[in-house]
Design a binder for this molecule. Structure first.
Ligand code: ADP
Ligand code: MG
Ligand code: MG
Length: 874
């Protein structure tokens, strides 16, 4: 096995492909060398050696020393210098670098190989004693600080001592004698820490190499990997790069800088960067001196500037992505020290991806991988002004239920929200939790905050549907809606106080923060998402209940509605009254009379949806929630309602009591309602088909899909299907038209997944209702699981919130089973997902992997789902 890979002089043993083994930095140094780009020669010790070091008692094997010895000899030959030779010294840097760039590991050590004698020699050789002593003191400081654990501050103190003695502020004002003095004081620092500065260059090298390997598992690095989900990526460790120094600090014809091949803020196709003359390493980013913009290098040294720009363009063409490079100029000679794919803002990511497709540099498939779903979210939702955000007073944290940023005045119930909003005031609705009765207030609010409930709670689902910022389940915020206060982090928010909600991370701040408007789905974002649609196999539909939402969904690129929740239609305006009259009916006749009034209203609703979907499929779910949700619960309301539906208060209370259930989520709902009260489903089926018939008569395209919820037994399904077919047959005959329709079911009861062959034989489509399927499979109530999910995640029982990302090992297997059984019984069956998971990129990937036909999500998540679907496909 080979542990050391050399590069230099237009050649390299490694290459850009070996990132896992050589780390990102090492692999790209090798690749640049192969390309003939001027990089100082050097060698990489592999990540496998790091693994070996940690698995063998933190010791380096003899074989490594031998291999590295040969590489060092080779490096001496390539550089024409000798390690430790005072008359012609080779100095090197020792640089860490894992496969994935990772701040938190050891900092780079520069100028290694210097000691008293070599520093003297370097001073004579270069005729530049200041340079020699400056390099030496920098090296002593870096080796002490990074490799030997001597605090940086201890060195700074001494440096400041000398500066004070001399009466200067800037390092550059110290001359060679001063710096010589600094070196002496630094030696004292070593001694006072019980350490001796190693004079022997080879010893210095191994101290530094070991320190790099050791830093792989320091606290900062471990934390960084944990936060960024890197611990599950099977990284071997960090590589170590040993590289000949290029000196940017040799005077005014030397310098160092960083540059990007395109503007990382805007994406503009123009090189962007900064440099400093007579400087080394991190000076540019350290902010001690103010760097100059790259354009000024053109005036100082046009040849070097041209070589830099030409080479950067070449690197971008080879690596096919925006490059972030480091360079150093030593006495007018240009060296490249690093190239990597540059970090960029969301807007730049989108622009660069689209531009590169247009330039023919990358494919559309590659372009969609260059933009993170979170970038799209950032661009399409408001964000907080970053400066104001940094100064904001932190109030609390909850689940990031619906992205965006909003600021407004606190209100504690839906009525107040509506009243204040009517006065033109921006409000934040704060509730322990929300219910369907709060819809008006939620609609009026800028954002919603709740203290209980999870990612699929009412507040979360509705807010997402409205495209409204929401933080839910903020358990440590104490919300008292009677007293109208919210207390957290030692702050009490009262009615009318300003509050700011950040829904992308789930944070809440006291006070007002300026928001910044999103870009909207136009220009480059639109183009990128069109690329996404071309690349992906998975369709994206929207969950939308009313034409307004459906229109938004279309604008965001949804092709069809995957879920229309008809119950939401019953809350609008005075329909709830008709609904309640239906519910309190004592006889079938009364019920039918009430339903007859609802029918035309529903028909118009459906027609509106069909129209706004322009011929794409619209899946309409028959009434799903328990009737209990439609009756009043407060005394005053009960009195009103009794009056308006024409029964006594007592009678109404009896009805309400009868509807009360211990476990409403597993109660009298879904298909069970239709089994007991077939008239309700019949009315809805009629309304759907009449709307479709009118569309056809008007010469418009329409594809209704009738969806029966909560089926667990094929006989529930066939019972409903048979009666639906009967109704439809009669209607079509009566109106003498043909409508292309489908009848299918939601798969959300575990029993349905394992009997999906029986159901599939009779159904035209399945739509996985993953919210209920998760709730029923795990036995976790989606309204209460917030109390314990934290412990579950902490103890690693689940890797992530199963209501946020599909639980692939459990619920995922049920879905897979249903897909296989369903397709086995009915090869034409259409399969989709309509739970909240449909807008979650990780879950969308799963849907792609099990071969579903589409995902359906709230309108505002459609763009993210389109991107995620494309990313899953490439
Ligand atoms: P990081 O990963 O933190 O960027 P680097 O290893 O890239 O660390 O090095 C830090 C700084 O030192 C960079 O500015 C880099 O260009 C500079 N540097 C590293 N090695 C050399 C070298 N051999 N010659 C000159 N400068 C170097
Ligand atoms: Mg670097
Ligand atoms: Mg359901």
């Amino acid at each position: 096995k080979k542990y050391v890979y050399s590069w230099g002089d237009g050649k390299a043993e490694g290459s850009g492909k070996l990132k896992d083994l050589l780390g990102g930095k090492g692999a790209n140094l090798a690749e640049m060398s192969r390309l003939g780009v001027p990089v100082p020669p050097g060698f990489t010790i592999t990540t496998e050696m790091c693994r070996f070091y940690w698995e063998n008692g933190q010791k380096l094997p003899e074989i490594l020393k031998e291999e590295a010895g040969i590489a060092l000899k080779n490096l001496e030959k390539l550089s024409g210098k000798k390690f430790g030779d005072a008359n012609n010294p080779l100095l090197v840097s020792v640089r860490s670098g894992a496969a994935i760039s990772m701040p938190g590991m050891m900092d780079t050590i520069l100028n290694l190989g210097l000691n008293d004698e070599v520093a003297d020699g370097l001073a004579k050789l270069t005729n530049n004693p200041r340079f020699a002593w400056d390099s030496y003191r920098r090296f002593m400081q870096m080796l002490g600080d990074v490799a030997l654990g001597i605090e940086h501050e201890k060195f700074e103190e001494k440096l400041n001592e000398i500066k004070a003695k001399k009466g200067v502020k800037n390092d550059l004002d110290l001359d060679s004698d001063d710096l010589h003095e600094v070196v002496k004081l630094y030696k004292e620092v070593y001694r006072s820490e019980g350490k001796e500065f190693p004079q022997e260059p080879v010893e210095q090298l191994w101290v530094a190499v070991e320190a790099v390997f050791a830093s792989w598992n320091n606290k900062r690095a471990i934390k960084y990997r944990e936060i960024n989900g890197m611990d599950k990526m099977g990284l071997l460790g960090t590589a170590v790069n040993v590289q000949m120094m290029a000196f940017g600090n040799m005077g005014e014809s030397s310098g160092t800088g960083v540059a990007f091949t395109r503007n990382p803020n805007t994406g503009e196709d123009k090189t962007y960067g900064e440099f400093l003359l007579n400087a080394q390493g991190e000076d540019v980013v350290a902010g001690i001196r103010t760097p100059q913009p790259l354009d000024q290098l053109k005036e100082i040294n046009p040849e070097v500037h041209k070589e830099l720009i030409d080479t950067m363009n070449r690197l971008e063409t080879v690596f096919k992505d925006m490059q972030d490079i480091e360079f150093t100029i030593e006495n007018g000679k240009l060296y490249f020290l690093q190239t990597r794919n540059g970090k960029r803002t969301a807007a730049a990511a989108v622009k660069i991806a689209v531009d590169m497709v247009n330039e023919g540099l990358i494919t559309k498939g590659t372009a969609v991988t260059r933009v993170k779903p979170a970038d799209i979210e950032k661009l399409l939702h408001p964000t907080f002004d970053i400066e104001e955000l940094n100064k904001a007073e932190y109030f609390g944290k909850g689940l990031p239920a619906s992205p965006g940023a909003a600021t407004g005045m606190a209100v504690f119930n839906a009525d107040d929200a509506e009243a204040k909003a009517k006065e033109g005031l921006p409000v934040i609705l704060i509730r322990p939790e929300t219910s369907p009765e709060d819809i008006g207030g939620m609609d009026a609010a800028e954002a919603i905050l709740t203290s209980t409930g999870g990612m699929t709670s009412h507040a979360a689902v509705v807010a997402r549907g409205m495209g409204k910022t929401a933080v839910v389940g903020a358990e440590n915020i104490v919300i008292n809606d009677k007293a109208k206060t919210a207390i957290s982090n030692g702050i009490t928010i009262k009615e009318g106080d300003w509050l700011s909600i950040e829904g992308t991370e789930g944070k809440v701040f006291a006070g007002k923060i300026k928001t910044i408007k999103p870009t909207g789905l136009e220009g480059d974002i639109k183009t990128l998402l069109d690329f996404a649609d071309e690349v992906s196999d998975l369709g994206v539909r929207a969950n939308a209940d009313i034409p307004r939402d459906a229109k938004i969904a279309r604008e965001f690129g949804a092709r069809g509605i995957g879920l229309c929740r008809t119950e939401h239609m019953f809350f609008e305006g005075d329909r709830i009254k008709k609904m309640r009259r239906m519910i309190v009916s004592k006889t079938k006749e009364q019920r039918e009379a009430a339903l007859a009034e609802l029918l035309p209203v529903q028909k118009e609703d459906f027609k509106g949806l069909f129209e706004s979907m322009e011929g794409y499929a619209v899946t309409i779910r028959l009434l799903d929630p328990p009737l209990h949700e439609f009756v009043p619960h407060e005394d005053a309301a009960i009195k009103d309602v009794a009056e308006s539906v024409g029964i006594t208060e007592e009678e109404l209370r009896k009805v309400i009591d009868d509807l009360e259930e211990f476990n409403p989520m597993m109660g009298h709902r879904g298909v069970r309602l239709a089994v007991t009260y077939p008239e309700i489903a019949e009315m809805q089926i009629k309304a759907i088909m009449l709307a479709a018939i009118e569309m056809v008569k008007e010469g418009k395209k329409v594809k209704p899909e009738i969806m029966i919820p909560l089926v667990g037994n094929v006989k529930e399904f066939t019972l409903l299907r048979n009666s639906a077919e009967e109704i439809i047959k009669n209607l079509l005959k009566e109106h003498q038209v043909d409508v292309e329709y489908k009848i299918g079911t939601m798969i959300e009861v575990p029993r349905a997944t394992v009997t999906a062959d029986q159901i599939g034989e009779n159904a035209d489509f399945f739509s996985f209702g993953t919210n209920d399927l998760t709730q029923l499979s795990l036995g976790f109530s989606r309204d209460d699981y917030g109390k314990y999910i934290g412990d579950y995640l902490e103890k690693g029982i689940y890797d992530s919130d199963p209501f946020q990302h599909i639980d692939r090992n459990g619920v995922g297997r049920l879905i897979k089973t249903a897909v296989d059984l369903g397709r086995g019984a009915n090869p034409h069956i259409k399969l989709g997902v309509c739970g909240e998971h449909g807008g979650d990129p990780e879950s969308v990937e799963f849907c792609h992997l099990v071969g579903l036909d589409y995902v359906s999500c709230s309108p505002y998540r459609v763009p993210v789902a389109r991107l995620a679907a494309a990313q899953a496909a490439v």
